[in-house]
Design a protein around this ligand. Sequence first.
Ligand code: AMP
Ligand code: MN
Ligand code: MN
Ligand code: MN
Length: 282
Amino acid sequence: MSAQAFLPVDLHCHSVFSDGVLTPAELAERAHANGVRLWALTDHDEVSGLSQARAHAQDRGMTFVDGVEISVTWAGHTVHVVGLGINPAHPGLRASLHAMRVGRQARARAIGDRLADLGFAHAYDGALPFAANPELVSRTHFARFLVQQGHCADLGEAFRRYLGDGKPAFVPTRWASLTQAVEWIRQAGGKAIIAHPGRYDLDDTRSHALFSQFQDLGGVGIEVLTGSHTAQEYAIYAQVARRYGFQVSCGSDFHGPSEGRIDLGGLPPLPAGLVPVWQEWL
Ligand code: AMP
Ligand code: MN
Ligand code: MN
Ligand code: MN
């Protein structure tokens, strides 16, 4: 296999500090084994795993970038904004993310109540053991519980039937604003990136509004290669990046060995004519 088969860069994944199933040490080992040279951990609304990840990355000779994936509510849609190259010790960033995690606790109880109403007793208590970080109970943990109990065949089914946006156990949540998320990332010295743009159900007008507002706020890029995109979406968002002059980020969005389409370090090479966000880091 040629050295060009996989991109040696992975700037989006999750550990047990949010909704991933591996520890930062296990992720570092897997990233290294899969040929990653430049790696970022981007837990949801949480930076507590970064010091461990950095130490284990450096032990293996990988260059590490501190990251985070911030949940945003924009025009009634949930949008994820990745921050790369942030200072995880920045007090403003830490306080803002902490406030978001506090809000997740009541939400998780409400999700548990809705699942109980649907006949899944003790769903909240059942989901908790899947969440190593008690401040970060996510829908993914409920989905893993439903799969473990045999109610759903896989995570996709749990989201399609119960947990996905607008489904019976979905609890509408007001996350950070786009303005706040970009500001927090920039104040902490990082670059703001729109995560997996192909996952949002936005028409062309709305997409343009999101991209141009994000750019006006100081957002620098979008993800093009991600485990959440199809090959067709790689081409679509490469074109979007060229049109808006966005830098491009890439990451598997790896959550666990038996979940998702793409392994850590499993992305293909970058399409031509794009400006990688990681140029200054690798
Ligand atoms: P939350 O932040 O609690 O709303 O959970 C969002 C997380 O759910 C995302 O980060 C994904 O990891 C996961 N997720 C969302 N939709 C799906 C899906 N259709 N299949 C599997 N996981 C999903
Ligand atoms: Mn996730
Ligand atoms: Mn995401
Ligand atoms: Mn993610």
